[in-house]
Design a protein around this ligand. Structure first.
Ligand SMILES: Nc1ncnc2c1ncn2[C@@H]1O[C@H](COP(=O)(O)OP(=O)(O)OP(=O)(O)O)[C@@H](O)[C@H]1O
Ligand SMILES: [Mg+2]
Length: 363
């Protein structure tokens, strides 16, 4: 068994120099740091540094925190939709176990690395089978972090089964993925599973308020509500929209947020839905086409938003079923890049038919 010595690296290259930043005046003169504060995207700048910073998922994070503190960490499988804090949680665990120089103590492989069966056999096995000396680390176990594990080939996953078992004594594996059904059952059963659900409105709002305060932004309440609505529980998306809207306009309002993302404003959707439900075919076509061109809206966004509107209004269920089915067909065809004008015609036709059905039902 060979021995690997983890060398302390004072130059933490992942922008994790926050610890030094607190030393007053120390990096004011540092030319490398000055532009950094602005250049770093907010998703990275505000990536939770510790487990306590991770918003939502309190029960999961507390459990992992407790297990980490007691040095009883099991193999982990974290899964859930993008931007919910899976990678951040594991990096916080690594930081807690090994301090800020955790990069030397973990083997981190993600989808951008080759993770075929050879890598599992060679690199992971080499890392897992060596002993590390760490200075100041609180844990004796090493961590193999397999991010985006659902992109690993089946063969590599099969090879990993035995590796996990063989090196359990001194190595913990953390698998992270979006689609848990792409991880073979045998691997799932070797890990403790935690599902990271999309963040709820409360936690997204709270985290956004924190960033808004830290960056001293001027955001209206309706602007904040629009950010929360558009991100659909994806914190990364929320921060990205916030940052790009901030670059486009100093004053962040609901309108600015919608304009920046290119999403149709709720009032535009109300207007379009009104035309669809009340105007004759040709007028509807003309008006929607005009607003679509003037505001640069994508038909697929209109269809998606109008569908939500259809769910909200009152109508007999058979009419609704037919209409939603038609809208789904349009959306499907749009994904192949069909002609916009024709699909817009199809959208209006679907509503015309629904209107006839409504009139027939009323008689
Ligand atoms: N629970 C959370 N609390 C605070 N910030 C979060 C949370 N989830 C995500 N973020 C923000 O979003 C960014 C991306 O999060 P992270 O990389 O952890 O997502 P992920 O779940 O690994 O997503 P993916 O599946 O796409 O890899 C973080 O840098 C952080 O700024
Ligand atoms: Mg991730």
């Amino acid at each position: 068994m060979s021995e690997a010595i983890a060398v302390m690296d004072i130059d933490d290259d992942n922008g994790n120099n926050e610890d030094e930043k607190s030393v007053e005046g120390k990096n004011v003169a540092s030319p490398a740091d000055a532009p950094d504060g602005k250049a770093i995207p907010w998703v990275e700048k505000f990536r939770p540094k510790s487990l306590a910073d991770v918003a939502a998922h309190r029960d999961i994070v507390d459990t992992i925190d407790k297990l980490t503190s007691e040095n009883r960490l099991p193999h982990l499988l974290l899964y859930g939709p993008p931007g919910t804090g899976k990678t951040s949680t594991i990096l916080a665990v690594a930081r807690k176990l090994y301090g800020t120089n955790y990069h030397n103590m973990i083997l981190e492989l993600n989808a951008s690395d080759d993770r075929g069966i050879d890598v599992v056999r060679q690199q992971i096995q080499d890392f897992a089978s060596t002993q590390s000396f760490s200075f100041g680390a609180k844990a004796s176990v090493k961590l193999v972090l397999l991010d985006e594990a659902d992109a690993m080939t089946k063969d590599a996953q099969f090879a990993l089964r035995r590796v996990i078992e063989k090196y359990t004594k001194n190595t913990r594996f953390a698998l992270i993925c979006n689609h848990v059904n792409k991880i073979i059952p045998a691997l799932q059963s070797r890990c403790t599973r935690f599902r990271f659900a999309p963040l709820d409105t409360f936690h997204v709002t709270e985290r956004l308020r924190y960033v808004i305060e830290a960056e001293r932004l001027d955001v209206t309440e309706s602007g904040l509500a629009a950010l929360v609505r558009l991100c659909t529980g994806d914190m990364r998306k929320a921060l990205n929209i916030l940052q790009s809207t901030h670059m486009a306009s100093q004053h962040i309002t609901e309108e600015a947020v919608y304009l920046c993302t290119g999403n149709p404003l709720p009032k535009d959707i109300d207007q379009i839905s009104f035309w669809l439900l009340n105007e004759p075919f040709s007028d509807s076509f003309k008006r929607i086409y005009e607003i679509k061109t003037r505001k640069g809206l994508a038909l697929v966004d209109i269809v998606r938003e109008v569908t939500l509107f259809v769910f909200k209004i009152k109508m007999p269920s058979d009419v609704r079923v037919q209409l939603v089915n038609d809208l789904a067909d349009i959306e499907y065809r749009m994904s192949f890049g069909c002609n916009d004008k024709l699909q817009l015609g199809s959208l209006i036709s679907s509503f015309t038919r629904a209107r006839s059905a409504l009139i027939a039902a009323a008689q």
